[in-house]
Design a protein around this ligand. Structure first.
Ligand code: FAD
Length: 527
């Protein structure tokens, strides 16, 4: 064992055995070759703002080697391992946009990946970009656009880190065509739970490569990713069309995703009331003259609900208005409420960055740094209408519901079954994303109210998983038994990957998948 590492062990064990208050004398204290800093409030906070677990220290790594020294020291067997195993959990934290404390480490160490080098290097004649895992997707986009290029698959919101979304899935309206972001990675550099720095790809250390994609931060910390690029269009033709029938809305969405040679993006959302019509218009720069009658009976005594389908076509302007012709052709096949289709041409960057305007709008109303009880569920096609009804009977019953409810189809064969991500079994290959995205106003919805919403989400998600074969996305399951159900047939593989790449269970405590218990610590200490 290297002398430096022994020194680091001693320092960290001493550190972790001390009472957590003020044991680090100054933020610049350095333990062996690794600097651990006093935790900042943000290390115990995330976008969800419903979980807050304080670490004892944070680390701002300058390189993969820094992380390797930390993880290597913490996960090695030897004297003091019991103390280390009991105390030293490590969570990678990207932009901290998790919903349930997934990037937090109670009593452990938070590794802030934003500190890693964030260079974006376009290489191989523009075939791919090598990007630091702590880079935000908006930074990747800005840099690639300088070369007229861009990644293919996105999230709706771009202020998330590359490492953070690759640890989950990364979906948006391009996923039907290119798959999620985890299907659009050529190579990764990963520091495993045992402190090994490994470059991996589908052909080089493939087990680690596929484990960390959608791996919820359990197997290693991604430090670099190689992302394939395509030529970026200068503009996008963006269309919104309204429906009063869920059946027509989803039928048309499925028609659009069957035309990947024409269409580049497909999403949609529920229009529940005037508020959702107004708030969804923030980023769509064209006047929408749609004035639905929400008051009329929608059948079964409920309020009438509408749906807005969205699609986009890249505009390369190679021929005059080629995208316009495609939009005309495609729109002619759709059965929206005529004449309520609205089309606008926007710069590609503005289109991809559209949620930034919604963020600014929420910030201006004091609704950004508040609890966000969100619900994200993938529902097999055959259960989509029933899940929509279930949502309307429970979570979104009230006419004054504030928030967005996204609904759009994914094609499950675009997800690589070797990755750790979970999608439902969908016999016809289509699953719907349902995202209930809510910001709670503390003046109207305090702690008990937020807890009530979360409890309702749990009930709805349980029912959808049990009865419809749905799978949750971006959630922290309640117990190991729930995680086992969530992974289903993939559970044994997930456990085996953990045993191989993070045998001491150092990584990803905030997911609650492999909780540390006394018996874990005891068995680890005997290694
Ligand atoms: P963090 O919250 O910092 O981390 C998330 C998880 O990944 C944690 O478990 C963490 O430990 C782990 N992790 C972070 N970095 C690494 C790394 N380098 N290596 C290994 N593990 C790591 N998701 C979508 O798919 N599509 C969307 O359209 C979308 N829109 C969103 C909009 C908003 C406003 C918000 C708040 C979230 C949205 N998300 C979306 C969810 C988002 O993709 C996830 O929450 C993602 O984890 C956020 O990235 P982050 O950098 O903030 O990760």
């Amino acid at each position: 064992m290297a002398l430096k590492a022994v020194y680091l062990y001693a320092a960290i064990v001493a550190l972790l055995l001390c009472s957590s208050a003020n044991f680090i004398q100054s933020p610049s204290d350095v333990f062996g070759p690794v600097a651990l800093l006093e935790p900042t409030p943000s290390a115990a906070r995330d976008f969800g703002a419903v979980v807050s677990e304080a670490p004892v220290a944070v680390m701002r790594p300058g390189s993969a080697a820094d992380i390797a020294r930390l993880l290597g020291a913490l996960s090695s067997a030897g004297p003091g391992s019991r103390a280390r195993a009991a105390a030293a959990a490590v969570a990678a934290r990207g932009a901290g946009h998790s919903l349930h404390g997934q990037a937090q480490a109670r009593g452990g160490i938070v590794v802030e990946t934003r500190a890693l080098p964030r260079a974006v290097q376009v290489a191989d004649g523009g075939a791919y970009a090598d990007v630091g895992a702590g880079a935000l997707w908006v930074e990747v986009l800005e840099e690639c656009l300088r070369a007229g290029l861009a990644p293919r698959s996105w999230t709706d919101y771009l202020y998330l880190t590359v490492g953070g979304t690759l640890s989950n899935g990364g979906i948006s309206g391009q996923a039907f065509k290119h798959g999620p972001q985890i299907s659009n990675v050529l190579e990764l550099e990963v520091v495993t739970g045992t402190g090994e720095v490994v470059t991996c790809s589908p052909t080089r250390s493939p087990e680690l490569f596929f484990a960390v994609l959608g791996g919820l931060g359990q197997f290693g910390i991604i430090t670099r990713a190689r992302i394939p690029l395509q030529v970026a269009p200068p503009k996008v033709r963006w269309v919104r069309a309204f429906y009063d029938s869920f059946e027509s809305f989803t039928r048309d969405q499925e028609l659009l995703v069957s035309m990947p040679e024409l269409v580049d993006y497909v999403e949609g959302f529920m229009v529940l009331n005037e508020h959702s019509l107004l708030s969804s218009s923030v980023a769509f720069p064209v006047e929408v003259n749609f004035a639905p009658d929400f008051g009329s009976d929608g059948g079964g005594g409920g309020k009438k609900v509408y749906y807005c389908l969205e699609f986009a076509v890249h505009d390369f302007r190679q021929q005059d208005s080629a995208a316009d012709h495609v939009v005309e052709l495609v729109s002619g096949k759709l059965s929206f409420l005529r004449p309520h289709a609205y089309s606008v041409e926007v710069a590609y960057f503005d289109f991809l960055n559209r949620v930034r305007m919604e963020e600014e709008s929420l910030r201006s109303r004091g609704l950004w740094d508040v609890p966000h009880p969100w619900l994200n569920v993938f529902v097999p096609r055959h259960g989509a209408a029933r899940f929509k009804d279930l949502l309307m009977d429970t979570v979104i019953t009230r006419g004054d519901f504030e928030g967005a409810v996204l609904v759009y189809p994914l094609l499950t064969d675009r997800w690589d079954g070797n990755t750790s991500a979970v999608v439902p079994a969908a016999p016809d290959g289509v699953a719907y994303v349902f995202s209930v995205l809510r910001s709670t106003d503390p003046a109207r919805c305090g702690g008990a109210c937020v807890d009530g919403i979360l409890e309702e989400h749990r009930r709805v998600a349980d029912e959808a998983c049990r009865r419809l074969g749905a799978k949750q996305y971006l959630t922290r399951q309640r117990s190991r038994a729930h995680w086992r159900d969530h992974f289903g047939a993939g559970w044994d593989r997930f456990v085996a990957r953990k045993a191989r790449f993070d045998p001491m269970h150092v990584l990803g405590p905030g997911q609650g998948i492999f909780p540390r218990t006394d018996s874990t610590a005891a068995s680890l200490s005997s290694m």
